[in-house]
Design a protein around this ligand. Structure first.
Ligand code: MF3
Ligand code: CO
Ligand code: CO
Length: 309
């Protein structure tokens, strides 16, 4: 039998020029009157102590936080074009969170300096908005989390900037499909490892790498709570899903080797081989008979659907 031709690594080029750190703008202020998460002043979220199962009252609040996060992500996505700086995107997300009476969850989370994560090209995740203007042909993941009415909604999309090469467009599309396939297996009675298994199978079939160092997580009254959701198969993750659980699925797929390195800022994670990477994320609720995406617009549309290209 002929070996299946893999579409990946050897022919996907290193992303050029590499992304380099830019300059940070001053810290953005949050007016008094906006409800802040416990870490807002100290930077320290403390140990996770919340249950992974939400009350129905909390679910109602999480729907509103999820919808707000989706709306903010759409606002940020509409601003994506060659020439805009990632700092400007941070300003848009910051103001959009405040306008909804919410707090931009990343701000001072474990000391993170900005209100959103902007991860360009070979940056896997946690890119810090700075003075770098987007260039025609870039891809950028914008990861929005809002703390609204005591709960977090966490969602991200990878956007295309202008005219993007075929490898990158293909990576972005297959990463979104991988997230959808992971979400599709969510229902009561399933082990959490079914999610990573579905994502990894899709990635492998297409010759794409799966980043292992960053994972999905329980989310609710805390930004990151107990539950861990790997994007690859780990049979030890045999926690069974039950109605009321809320967590994220947020796979990062790579054109080349998924091994990562960290910049000196201790946040920005990049691929070691310099090839490009994409990510999508939803906050999910396990329902009585399946799954509900909480990070959708009030009419049920997911932000990614508005930008699919
Ligand atoms: N939103 C990211 C996630 O999906 C977390 C960002 S933490 C920050 O989990 F501090 F970098 F903002
Ligand atoms: Co997340
Ligand atoms: Co996120």
């Amino acid at each position: 039998m002929a070996k299946r031709k893999r579409r990946n690594t050897p022919d996907a080029p290193v992303s050029e020029p590499p992304v380099r750190p830019g300059l940070l703008s001053p810290t953005r202020a949050v007016p008094p009157g906006i409800g802040r998460p416990p870490y807002a002043a100290s930077g320290d979220p403390g140990p996770s102590r919340s249950s992974s199962v939400r009350t129905s009252e909390e679910v109602g609040r999480m729907r509103r936080a999820g919808a707000a996060a989706a709306e903010i992500l759409v606002e940020a996505g509409r601003a994506v074009e060659p020439g805009i700086t990632t700092d400007r995107i941070d300003a848009i997300v910051h103001e959009a969170a405040l306008a909804r009476g919410g707090y931009p969850s990343p701000l001072n989370y474990r000391g993170y300096p900005k209100s959103v994560c902007t991860s360009v090209n070979e940056v896997i995740c946690h890119g810090i908005p700075d003075s770098r203007p987007l260039a025609d042909g870039d891809i950028i993941n914008i990861d929005v989390t809002i703390f609204l009415d005591g709960v977090h909604g966490d969602t991200s999309v990878t956007f295309l900037v202008g005219d993007v090469d075929d490898h990158s467009r293909w990576l972005v599309n297959e990463t979104r499909t991988a997230m959808d396939l992971g979400i599709d297996v969510v229902r009561p009675g399933q082990p959490v490892h079914a999610i990573g298994r579905a994502i990894e199978r899709h990635a492998r079939k297409h010759g794409l790498g799966v980043v292992r160092e960053f994972i999905g997580h329980g989310v609710g009254t805390e930004f990151h709570s107990g539950l861990q959701v790997k994007h690859y198969f780990d049979p030890r993750d045999d926690t069974v899903l039950v109605p009321g659980m809320t967590f994220t699925v947020e796979p990062m797929l790579t054109l080349g080797d998924p091994a990562c390195a960290l910049w000196d800022d201790n946040w920005t994670a990049v691929t070691l081989d310099g090839r490009r990477t994409a990510q999508f994320e939803h906050t999910l609720l396990v329902t009585e008979d399946g799954v509900e995406r909480l990070t959708v617009l009030p009419d049920g549309t997911a932000p990614a659907e508005l930008f699919a290209g």
